[in-house]
Every structure is written in C-alpha cells, then in structure tokens.
Design a protein around this ligand. Structure first.
Ligand SMILES: *[C@@H]1O[C@H](CO)[C@@H](O)[C@H](O)[C@H]1NC(C)=O
Ligand SMILES: *[C@@H]1O[C@H](CO)[C@@H](O)[C@H](O)[C@H]1NC(C)=O
Ligand SMILES: *[C@@H]1O[C@H](CO)[C@@H](O)[C@H](O)[C@H]1NC(C)=O
Ligand SMILES: *[C@@H]1O[C@H](CO)[C@@H](O)[C@H](O)[C@H]1NC(C)=O
Ligand SMILES: *[C@@H]1O[C@H](CO)[C@@H](O)[C@H](O)[C@H]1NC(C)=O
Ligand SMILES: *[C@@H]1O[C@H](CO)[C@@H](O)[C@H](O)[C@H]1NC(C)=O
Length: 479
C-alpha cells in the first residue's frame, strides 16, 4: 500500500517542483519568526503552499497512509524572532590562517584530491540544479557550511558581552588533511597549537575557560587525536588532545566512541541544501512516495584490511547474489557512485540501504540514505547509534535495522547471516513506520543553504546550536 507506484511524481531525484527562493515561509516547528514579514509574503506562502498541495495531493492518488503531519505553512501567524533559550551566538573573527586563508591554497588542502571545486559556494561545492538547492557537496566540508550558516544566523550577535555561546570557526579538517604527510609532528601540530594560544589570550575565553566555546570539524575525531603509544601514524594532529580544547565542546562528523567525552556527532553533509521549508516539504513528499523497486542496496567499494574487508566483501557478495539487491560498486576511477543523482537514484529506489563501516565507523552514506527515505541497515553500533545523539532517535529500531555480522567469525567462514532473509522478515507495517520516521528526521540532518538566514525549519546547524547552548549552560552550572 505504501509502496504504490505514483506516476505523477516525475523523477524522484530532481526537484522540478521546488520553488524559487522564498525565505519567508514559516512553520510552527521553527523558533525563528520575522517581525517585518509583510502581507505580500504571507500571500506568497499561501499561494506556494496551495500550488504544491495541488500538485502533490489533488492530482495524485493520495491516501492517509502517506500523510505526514506537517504544520500548515499558510496559516502561521508571524511573531517576533525568539531564539531557542535566548541563544545569542558570537563568532570569532579569527586571523585568516585559521579558516578562509587556508582556501587560497585549495589545490593542496587534501593530499588525495584537488579541493578547489569542493570549497566553492561556502563549501557546498558545485551546483547541480537551477533551483539552487542541490550541490555536489564533499563529505568532509561540514565545517565550512556550518561557518557560513552561523554567519548568517538570526541568533548571531556582534557583541560578545551579549553572547551565551562562542563559536571558533577553525577549518581544522581542511588543515589536517593538508598535513597528513607531514612527518614532522611539531610542524603538523603548529596551527592547532597557535589557535589555542590565540584563544587563551581572549577575554571572553578567560571568563569561563572556554566552556561556552565550541569548534565544528568536518573530519573525524581520529584525525585530531594522534596517539602517543607508538602505534601507526595516520597523519593525525593533536588538536583534540590539547588541554584547553578539552574544556570546549567539539562537533565532529565522527566522535571517538570511548574517549570523546566533549565530542558530539555532527551529520555529514549530503547534497540537498534547501533555502526554505517549501523545498524541504516538497522533497519529503517525493521521497515518501518514491517507488522502491529493490528490497535493499549497497553502494561502496571493497576495502583492504582484514576485518573491514570481511564485512564489506560479505555485503557485496550477498547483494550481488540477491535479485532483490541493487549493487553500485565504486571503482577506483570514480564512476557512477560519485554522481550524486546516481547515488540518490539507487537509494530512493530501495527500502533498505546497507551501511558497512568504511575507513572508520561512520559513513556519509547514512545521511544520503536518510535524505532518500531509505531505511539504514547498520553492522556496527558506532556507525550511528553512539554518534549522533542530538540528531537521531534514541531508539535505533524506530528508524533502522541492526544486523550483527561478526567480522572475525566471517573470516573463518562462519556466522554468515542472510541479509535478504533478515530484511524480508520485517513486516510492511513496520517498514512504513520506519520510513515515516526517516522522513521526519530529514530536516534536522540537512544543512540548509547558508544564504538563507531564516529557513523555516530547524536544520543540522539549528539543532547543534540549541544543544550546545544547553551544554554550555550545564557546564557553567546555570541549569
Ligand atoms: C530569555 O530572556 C527573557 C528576558 O530576558 C527571560 O525572561 C527568559 O527567562 C529567558 N529564557 C530562558 C530560557 O533563558
Ligand atoms: C620540525 O618543525 C618545526 C616547526 O616547523 C621546526 O622548528 C623543526 O626544525 C622541525 N624539525 C625537523 C627535524 O625538521
Ligand atoms: C578548564 O576548566 C577548568 C575549570 O573547570 C580550569 O581549572 C582549567 O584551567 C581549564 N583548562 C584550561 C586548559 O583552560
Ligand atoms: C557478481 O556475480 C557475478 C556472477 O557470479 C560475478 O561474475 C561478478 O564478478 C560479481 N560481481 C561482484 C562485484 O562481486
Ligand atoms: C523501540 O522501537 C521499537 C519499534 O518501534 C519498539 O517496538 C520498541 O518497543 C521500542 N523500544 C523502546 C525501549 O522504546
Ligand atoms: C549566496 O550569496 C553569495 C554572496 O552573497 C552569492 O555570491 C551567491 O550567488 C549566493 N548563492 C545563491 C545560491 O543564492
């Protein structure tokens, strides 16, 4: 019933219906309201909601099962902006060597890739559509998008005396990846050390020893926690081991599951960066109705290294052997799995999307999967459950499937559970409930377009800011 074909919705991975930027749409869900919105905008909102409703509901086979209980964007009364818990965020104007200055040498920001096309458009990368909502966004650039969003955020203050949260916009991930091959540890750590020295001279740092300060990093915590126990050197620096940084909150796309007590998981950026709630709702409706022709899918490439390779090889083997699985293998030369719309096409045509750990526990693909309304299947609790507490429901079984494929057992040729069998056992009722959950989660894991200061829904940055403020207050003993 839920998976019925819908002929009206043309190609699920292109936003034909997305409206031209309408930065004034509102919903009850958002905490930010404009004082100066005029009747003109209210009318515009009304007309665009009507238009979309007409497109998606009247001329299609609409049923109650598909219905998402979105607040009505047309009837919302406009109130003054109130930031959650009186959030007032100050953004440090750091010397350029810590952020924008790094971009000047964008060909050398990553030892494997030329980052110049990726750091364009505030880190959104190259545009993919005329509507301005889709970009070929690089997985490790959350730090740039976050910065651009906060700079334009309605709760930003220019007066540190009025601030209750302090953002230090260091592009630590870009810097780290430019130094992975630097053999001299002192040289590799230099910039992080200088950042901390700079902060400690600031009066607003000294006031609370940095406890109301935070960093947002686009790479995993492992890249900033070089171990001193003589293990292999993967190119990490020491940023997150520096004592002053331990007093801050640190957002990272992958936290250290055991040592990262001040680290909070931040979603990897996906390809969709809507400017307003209308674009968001349009996409959500499209994804709940997407025709899903495959039970499951896997996108990825085989990995070297014993245990990881065992899990991946097994997923690839099972997917290849099952007629109900869609397999997209990433070759070394790129290919379809680097084409955002090819990836979204596979994900949006599957009920379940396998998320094998990659080079580390987490994967950007988890967030691409949510964006495509595909239920993620995890094989490690650290791929999502121990990572993104601010973003994902506490109860993992409400939105995902966990399959325990023990890598070490598999090497010995044992413990091979059939993924197809496990997934077939799940009732279509439960699949429907999980899918609705996924689609409800979508706005919170999305990075809205940074040009839009008042997007009309709480995106990944809004969610982080609210949680960070709560965190800072509790560290300062204010709650
Ligand atoms: C926000 O500020 C107002 C006015 O200063 C105050 O009355 C209210 O208690 C504050 N709310 C929170 C959650 O701090
Ligand atoms: C390592 O880098 C530091 C800082 O750039 C420099 O002072 C030092 O001479 C370097 N050490 C070696 C062995 O090259
Ligand atoms: C961290 O905060 C504590 C107070 O809780 C303070 O004593 C300590 O000096 C701070 N650490 C640094 C490195 O600033
Ligand atoms: C999938 O199975 C076919 C037939 O057994 C085989 O030729 C092919 O190499 C397999 N592909 C992968 C990616 O394992
Ligand atoms: C978690 O969600 C599942 C599926 O919705 C439900 O059956 C289960 O009771 C929930 N568990 C808890 C502890 O809430
Ligand atoms: C965002 O703003 C920048 C600077 O104001 C501008 O150059 C760019 O074209 C804008 N992008 C979009 C998609 O509106």
């Amino acid at each position: 019933m839920l998976f019925r074909k819908l002929s009206l919705v043309p190609i699920p991975w292109r936003d034909h219906h997305a409206h031209k930027a309408n930065n004034f749409s509102k919903t009850k869900e958002t905490q930010y309201y404009h004082t100066h919105a005029t009747f003109r905008y209210v009318l515009l909102i009304f007309l665009s909601s009507w238009f979309l409703t007409a497109c998606f509901f009247f001329s299609s086979t609409y049923s109650r099962n598909d219905h998402l209980h979105f607040p009505n964007t047309a009837t919302k009364e406009l109130l003054p902006i109130t930031c959650p818990s009186n959030l007032s965020i100050f953004v440090y104007q750091l010397p350029p060597e810590f952020n924008l200055g790094l971009l000047r040498d964008c060909t050398h920001l990553n030892v494997y890739t030329n980052m110049c096309p990726h750091v364009a458009n505030h880190g959104l990368g190259q545009p993919l559509s005329a509507t301005g909502a889709w970009f070929a966004t690089h997985q490790f650039l959350a730090e740039m998008i976050f910065h651009a969003r906060v700079e334009n955020h309605p709760c930003r203050t220019w007066d540190p005396a009025l601030a209750n949260l302090f953002y230090v916009p260091f592009y630590g991930g870009l810097h780290a990846s430019s130094k992975f091959r630097e053999a001299n540890h002192t040289a590799r750590d230099e910039l992080a050390v200088r950042l901390v020295e700079y902060l400690q001279t600031q009066p607003w740092w000294q006031k609370h020893q940095g406890k109301d300060h935070f960093l947002a990093l686009g790479r995993t915590a492992w890249d900033f926690m070089r171990t001193t126990n003589g293990g292999p050197d993967f190119g990490a620096n020491c940023l997150l081991n520096l004592p002053p940084v331990k007093n801050m909150s640190v957002l990272t796309v992958e936290r250290h599951p055991w040592q990262g007590l001040n680290q909070y998981g931040l979603p990897y950026p996906s390809y969709f960066h809507p400017s307003n709630v209308v674009q968001m709702r349009t996409w959500q409706r499209k994804m709940i109705r997407s025709e899903r022709t495959h039970l499951f899918s896997f996108i990825g490439r085989p990995r070297k290294g014993v245990e990881k390779a065992a899990v991946r090889d097994e997923l690839i083997r099972q997917c290849n052997e099952s007629t109900r699985c869609n397999l997209l293998i990433c070759g070394s030369g790129g290919g379809k799995c680097h084409e955002p719309f090819e990836v979204l096409k596979v994900l949006s045509q599957s009920h379940f999307c396998l998320q094998a750990p990659g080079d580390s526990f987490t994967r950007r693909s988890t967030f691409d999967s949510v964006l495509a309304g595909c239920i993620p299947v995890f094989f490690s609790p650290h791929t999502a459950y121990t990572q993104y507490g601010w973003y994902l429901p506490v109860n993992g079984s409400a939105y995902s499937v966990y399959i325990d494929l023990d890598g070490s057992e598999m090497e010995k040729g044992k413990g091979k559970k059939s993924i197809e069998e496990e997934l077939s056992k799940i009732s279509s009722d439960r699949v429907g409930r999980m899918r609705r959950k996924i689609i409800e989660m979508m706005p919170r894991i999305t990075y809205a377009h940074p040009n839009s200061s008042d997007v009309g829904f709480a995106d990944a940055v809004d969610v982080a800011l609210e949680a960070l403020l709560k965190n800072a207050r509790s560290k300062l003993g204010l709650v």
